[in-house]
Design a protein around this ligand. Structure first.
Ligand SMILES: [Cu+2]
Length: 455
């Protein structure tokens, strides 16, 4: 950058500081730290506390787990037991949710109704079924009224159930990367809360525009998770297509080529990327508008992909993966749920009611396979998420959707509707849990409801 002599340097420095501008140095892409299970058990302590961490290459005071803006990735095998001790050194209550896992919602398992008071601790024990779907999941607090604040601060990390590519000999050994997308609003050296998307610094594994180096023709598995609180990501990689393998931890029936990936708050995309010829390519997220009652925010350069070195003969990508059961013939019942909000956007509802943990809104018998119509009667986007299970999207605004697999997050268009089929068939999910909008600001303002699955 050329500095004109007429602009005093001190003024420039002040202006840069006012914007908490990013560092000039370029970081090399790094995966987050990993804690893997051993002999069927993963044991660790997650301590939530406010401390100084590195965000986008500069010190920022934030409420985080284990003194890291991007806490360890938990890697487990189907059939493992995860024992997590959550220590709450924050001034607010918190708890822990393992997003996307089909595990028990009872007791000290994945129970979003637990409260861990400031100064308190909670031992969680989460048993991952031996037939659990392999893929990318994540953990974050789910304490109503605090979820948005705590995830905005950085309290979210990845959980990977191993085995996604195991059935495919040609893909088993591809290099893999984890790209956790988080957005930080920084002011005065700490995380601050502005309107959704306003002046957000968008990071990959806490880094600002890191460099990914890959050889020409080389194939990699990118596990991309939107583990921020409220922002949508619409991803493109210049000169490349994404080959979608799994969505929200659920492997698709076939590889789906995509020019862009919509990664809603809470969603995950696992994709193969096959490097083009030597050159430099940008991984970007596009500007986004969530509707007249919602938010608008600019796009950003997320990472720079540097294709260099000796070329590799590209492996042939399979078209088919493994069959996935289409639930359209299995529906046992139907219901409609409605997302709405007040004109000022300060109170948000499911079926006209705000969240009440003591009220059971929906009752389902184990074995049911339900078609839910989710209607959005507001002027901004919401994204529907249900705990403990997953669903098949069959219709968006009346348009039938091709069947490729399952997901646990779906975008619900403004004044529109989606139809999903949700299996309540796995006995492990018996109990009470929640469904909600995964823009966590909306969830905290009421857009959450309870469901009980009984035998
Ligand atoms: Cu919402």
């Amino acid at each position: 950058m050329k500095v004109r002599a007429a602009v005093p340097l001190a003024l420039l420095v002040a202006a840069l500081q006012a914007h908490d501008a990013g560092p000039a140095r370029r970081e090399r892409f790094r995966d987050p730290a990993v804690v893997a299970s051993r002999d069927g058990v993963l044991e660790m302590t997650l301590t939530a506390a406010r401390t100084t961490v590195d965000v986008a290459g500069r010190p920022v005071v934030a409420a985080v787990y284990n003194a890291s803006y991007v806490p360890p990735t938990l890697r487990v095998q189907p059939g493992d037991v995860v024992r997590l001790r959550l220590v709450n050194d924050l001034d607010d209550e918190t708890n822990l949710h393992t997003h996307g896992l089909s595990v028990s919602p009872l007791g000290n398992s994945d129970n979003a109704f637990l409260h861990v008071a400031p100064g308190g601790a909670q031992d969680y024990e989460i048993r991952i079924p031996s037939n659990h779907a392999p893929g990318l999941y994540w953990y974050h607090p789910h304490s109503h009224g605090h979820s948005d604040d705590q995830v905005r601060n950085g309290m979210s990390g990845a959980l990977i159930v191993e085995g996604l590519l195991d059935p495919f000999p040609e893909l088993r050994h591809v290099n893999e990367r984890l790209l956790l997308l988080k957005d930080a609003q920084i002011g005065g050296g700490q995380i601050v809360h502005r309107g959704i998307g306003d002046d957000a610094v968008r990071t990959v594994n806490g880094m600002l525009n890191p460099t990914i180096t890959i050889r020409p023709g080389e194939t990699e598995l990118w596990r991309i998770g939107n583990v921020g609180a409220d922002l949508y990501y619409l991803l493109t990689l210049d000169g490349h297509r994404f080959y979608e393998v799994a969505r929200d931890g659920h492997r698709l029936a076939r590889l789906v080529p995509k020019q862009q990936l919509l990664v809603e708050p809470g969603a995950r995309e696992e994709v193969l990327v096959q490097a083009a010829g030597p050159g430099t390519y940008a991984l970007r997220t596009a500007a986004f508008n969530t509707g007249p009652q919602g938010n608008q925010y600019p796009g950003a350069l997320l990472a720079t992909v540097h294709v260099a070195g000796p070329a590799v003969t590209p492996i042939a990508l399979p078209e088919q993966l493994l069959p996935v059961a289409d639930l359209r013939g299995a529906v046992t019942g139907r219901r409609t749920i409605v997302f709405s909000e007040t004109e000022d956007g300060d109170t948000l509802f499911i079926d006209g009611r705000t969240f009440d943990p003591g009220r059971t809104d929906t009752r389902v018998k184990l074995g049911a396979v339900e078609e839910w119509t989710i209607r959005n009667e507001s002027d901004e986007l919401h994204d529907f998420h249900i705990h403990q299970t997953r669903f098949q999207v069959t219709e968006v605004d009346g348009v039938p959707q091709p069947f490729v697999g399952y997901q646990d997050i779906v975008n619900v268009p403004v004044r529109g509707a989606v139809k999903v089929i949700i299996p309540f068939t796995d006995p492990v999910i018996v109990g009470r849990f929640v469904y909600h909008c995964h823009l966590l600001a909306h969830e905290d303002k009421g857009m959450m409801a309870t469901i009980e699955v009984t035998r």
